[in-house]
Design a protein around this ligand. Structure first.
Ligand code: FE2
Length: 241
């Protein structure tokens, strides 16, 4: 059983809370957790959670990159915390609990604030995906969604254009994946296109998905409290001095 999680945005403690809930609900141990990007890989909160507070994840945690990660230090942070979490690179197939996942982190360009250098999905990322044969892949995991599957824009964000990355339909056509999971839009979503099912997830603190060994997927709505993030704590500390 794999727990599929949406954006974590550095609320790392949420992962264990959702693991606990999932294991109590199902009565069994999870094989792994997969975070669909926007893990919030930033040096400051990582150091706080893992090094200062001694945090550790209860199960193996894999993640793909989103658009809210510290790209300037990405490889360094992935290496430093490799005992705590495993990054799934773009265009790589990884076997997790006997299932083969094709990962594609990143997102379509949004704006200078939300699209740091390195976050944008590039042509070479798509080419790396398409270099694999369709029968090598069971599921596709991305941060952004493929364009054209009907994900609605968040109200007020219409100026970003139709959600999804433009070359997504090529991947659908090539792989015809049984299931495709994504996050980024902070909402539950599901649709079907031919043989493929598409599932969007909200932020990790609103719930998660469970994928069993037969490929069945279940949505679990389970809100948990968010903590003040490191920036809020830092600002408070600054003004209390
Ligand atoms: Fe995102």
């Amino acid at each position: 059983m794999i727990l599929i999680s949406g954006d974590v945005h550095s609320q790392y403690q949420v992962i264990n809370e959702q693991i606990h809930f999932a294991e109590e609900k199902t009565g069994r141990a999870l094989d792994a957790v997969i975070v669909l990007g926007d893990f919030g890989l930033y040096e400051q909160p990582l150091r706080q959670y893992f090094d200062k507070e001694g945090g550790h994840f209860l199960r193996k945690v894999y993640f793909i990159d989103g658009n809210h990660e510290e790209y300037a230090q990405f490889d360094h942070l992935v290496e430093k915390y490799r005992h705590q979490l495993i990054h799934l690179p773009r265009g790589q197939i990884t076997k997790i609990a006997q299932r083969r996942f094709l990962s594609l982190g990143g997102a379509r360009y949004m704006d200078a604030l939300n699209s740091p250098s390195g976050s944008e999905i590039k042509e070479c990322d798509i080419a790396r995906c398409l270099a694999h044969k369709a029968d090598e892949v069971d599921f596709i995991i991305t941060h952004d969604c493929p364009a054209g599957i009907g994900v609605p824009n968040a109200p007020g964000f219409e100026f970003y254009g139709i959600p999804g990355f433009e070359r997504g339909p090529e991947l659908i056509e090539h792989f015809k994946p049984k299931k495709w999971f994504f996050a980024h839009y902070h909402r539950w979503f599901s649709s079907k296109n031919g043989e493929s099912e598409f599932y969007g997830l909200p932020e990790s603190w609103k719930g998660f998905g469970l994928l069993d060994e037969n490929g069945n997927y279940e949505v679990v709505e389970h809100p948990v409290a968010k903590q003040e993030d490191w920036l809020q704590k830092f600002i408070k500390k600054l003004f209390s001095l």
